[in-house]
Write a protein that binds this ligand. Structure first.
Ligand code: 5AD
Ligand code: SF4
Length: 649
């Protein structure tokens, strides 16, 4: 315990004191020469190569980035090739069954290898680890490390222990070879799970929230020898108190806690100082953010995150109510509206400020006013509805009715949707929730018609162990019905999206260039071969690390993760309120839309960019890195359901 705290505090001091990690030494004979080694604090497992694959939502992407930064600082290197790794880590998602299955099959694939290589360390991080606990190791004895999302700061210590344990197991195995029918296999069993600890205290202090140190010790330029990163996630809240009956997140990510605003601002400033111009604030219910300074608690000289109080802002008084701002607003409180304003005003180098995901019931006018009055806050809201049927919303424990949801959309558009600056909204829906009738489903159809989303993330209900719904309701909507409802909503949304896209044709817009389009990157990766990751990524270079999102390789290191153009776009299209999962059919269509054009001016490439309303824009321009991470003006020339085609101005 003490060791862990010192470790994290030390890292925090190291980075917050502005110390730079030593530069990379010359490449030292890795099989394919992909990964330069880093100096820096040495630990026993210094030269271990890690393969890290990330599934799920943006929160998981950020978690992977943060733990990777720590591990790189401690001397580990990363490899995009699982076969070359000494340590294999999966950062998992359990929001739907499909996301879990991918992890089970990955782990299954490691069984034989672990028999041959008992020194191999396998870790499962994230929501699946937290939900299944040690039962996961019992089911998959190849797993050595389990770390829940609330305990990720412990990973370095656990990893070191596992490496040492497995080394000695491997040595024993070499001395005492087991008969072939009794393979020598065991797990180092390094486990850090939150259990229900995060919900134990009723006080505002999130007593001893060591995870805060993970965010605080964030490495600003984690990669050596690569382009500058321009877009980043910043966590403002963690966990969730809503307990929607279908959802596993409150159990895996624990109670809602809010980070101290000064920590968030400082992180934004440091990111801006390192070249970031776009920040996306993350939270399961991001608009619940509130920090009460009078109740702030210090521990080891560090202000602790605060537990969320029950919130009744926004629509708390129901349709008839007029109560539309955080009731705790005041000098000694930083509300979500205050936080947005502070970041906007105190970090002007951030040219785009986004946030996901919003909970529809608690969205006050105070937040809408701040967005309206602060030009660098993006006009995009992701506000999941989940169903258009009041009966189902009740069974889901969503806490609002369709009328209130629509009232919010109207209010948001009244504040923010202008001819000069449109507002775009996206939603999430679950089809086939237990007992869903045709009538319920038609109510959802009607809601999607009325809401006119830019896009919707549509999921078939997936019963999740540990949730209220799995215990209370039979999963009684047949799979075929779920599928056809899913397809119908997708088709309908596609038509709506197409219409919304067409409104942009002929307009000149500012876009943030995220990188080469997916197809362009695939083409380039194929040309370069598997290991030459130099300029591939999302348009930024670096070959030190490869991370994957939803099982897809994201090359270009940590910055690649942030900047991965359509990789990220596809990820978001797959849909995530706060825990989300699989790549949907949508993503495939994005790739289909990509087109290559030959040009007389020289090598051309297709780039992927975003409007401040989160529309994906594709344009062709001279190949190269200069555009990536910059804001450019384009004229929109065409539109389809998922992307806008454009030309650089
Ligand atoms: N089944 C299907 N979809 C789910 N989601 C969350 N839990 C489930 C579940 N058990 C969806 C919701 C949420 C998004 C991240 O995932 O729509 O907004
Ligand atoms: Fe919380 Fe969102 Fe899950 Fe509801 S769906 S419990 S708001 S994370």
């Amino acid at each position: 315990m003490g060791f862990r705290r010192c470790w994290s505090v030390e890292l925090y001091r190291l980075f917050s004191a502005g110390m730079r990690r030593p530069e990379a030494g010359p490449e030292e004979g890795h099989e394919k020469g992909c990964e330069p080694r880093l100096g820096g604090p040495k630990i026993a497992a210094m030269a271990r190569r890690i393969y890290l694959e990330t599934f799920g939502c943006q929160m998981n992407e950020l978690d992977s980035e943060l733990v990777s930064g720590q591990l790189v600082a401690l001397g580990y290197t990363f490899t995009p090739d699982r076969a070359l790794a000494d340590v294999i880590l999966y950062n998992t998602c359990s929001v739907r069954e499909h996301a879990e299955q991918k992890v089970w099959s990955r782990l299954g694939e490691l069984k034989e290898r672990k028999l041959l290589e008992p020194g191999l360390v396998v870790g499962v991080l994230g929501c699946l680890a937290e939900r299944d606990g040690v039962a996961l190791i019992n089911r998959m004895p190849v797993v050595d490390i389990l770390v829940g999302p609330g305990e990720l700061d412990k990973l370095p210590g656990l990893l070191e222990n596992a490496v040492k344990t497995n080394e000695s197991l491997a040595a024993d195995a070499a001395l005492l070879p087991s008969p072939p029918d009794q393979p020598y296999v065991t797990s180092a069993r390094q486990v850090a799970l939150q259990g229900n600890a995060s919900r134990r205290s009723a006080t505002l202090a999130a007593a001893g929230d060591s995870l805060e140190l993970l965010d605080l010790s964030r490495s600003m330029s984690p990669m050596v020898g690569e382009g500058v990163r321009r877009s980043a996630y910043v966590r403002i809240t963690r966990g969730c108190n809503k307990f929607c009956t279908y959802c596993v997140v409150p159990f895996t990510r624990g109670a809602e806690v809010h980070r101290p605003p000064d920590h968030i601002i400082e992180e934004c400033k440091r990111l801006a100082g390192s070249g970031v111009i776009e920040v996306t604030l993350l939270g399961q219910t991001v608009n619940h953010y509130r920090f009460e300074h009078g109740a702030a608690v210090m521990l080891d000289g560090i202000m602790q995150p605060q537990k969320g109080r029950s919130y009744a802002g926004g629509g708390g008084a129901g349709l008839a109510g007029v109560h539309r701002r955080d009731p705790f607003t005041g000098a000694n409180v930083t509300t979500f509206a205050d936080l947005l304003r502070r970041i906007h005003d105190e970090v002007p180098a951030i040219k785009r400020l986004r946030f996901v995901t919003s909970y529809p019931r608690d969205f006050g006018d105070d937040v809408l006013e701040v967005i309206r009055d602060h030009p660098r806050i993006c006009r995009y809201l992701h506000v999941p509805a989940q169903s258009g049927s009041n009966r189902l919303l009740k069974l889901m424990n969503r806490g609002y009715e369709v009328g209130e949801y629509l009232e919010f959309l109207d209010r948001a558009r009244a504040f923010l949707d202008t001819p000069e600056r449109p507002l775009e909204i996206s939603g999430d829906f679950i089809v086939g929730f237990p007992t869903e009738t045709d009538e319920d489903f038609e109510a959802t159809v009607a809601l999607i018609h009325k809401a006119q989303y830019k896009n919707s993330f549509i999921f078939k209900y997936s019963p999740r162990p540990g949730t209220v719904a799995i215990d209370k309701f039979a999963d009684d909507v047949p799979e075929g019905v779920k599928r056809s409802r899913n397809n119908r909503l997708l088709a309908m949304q596609t038509a709506i999206s197409q219409g919304r896209g067409e409104r942009y044709v002929g307009r000149e817009l500012e876009v943030f260039v995220e990188g080469y389009s997916t197809r362009e990157r695939k083409k380039r990766a194929a040309e370069r071969g598997a290991c030459a990751t130099g300029s591939g990524g999302g348009g930024v270079g670096g070959g030190l690390m490869a991370l994957t999102v939803n099982g897809k390789l994201t090359q270009g290191g940590l910055a690649g993760l942030e900047m991965a153009g359509l990789e990220r776009a596809g990820h978001e299209i797959a849909g995530h309120e706060h825990g989300g999962g699989e790549v949907s059919g949508h993503e495939v269509r994005v790739e289909v839309e990509v087109s290559e054009k030959a040009s007389p001016q020289g090598p051309r490439a297709q780039f992927s960019a975003r409007t401040d309303t989160d529309m994906i824009v594709m344009f062709d321009a001279e190949a190269g890195e200069e555009l990536v991470g910059s804001l450019r003006r384009v004229i929109v020339t065409s539109a389809n359901a998922l992307t806008l085609g454009a030309e650089l101005v």
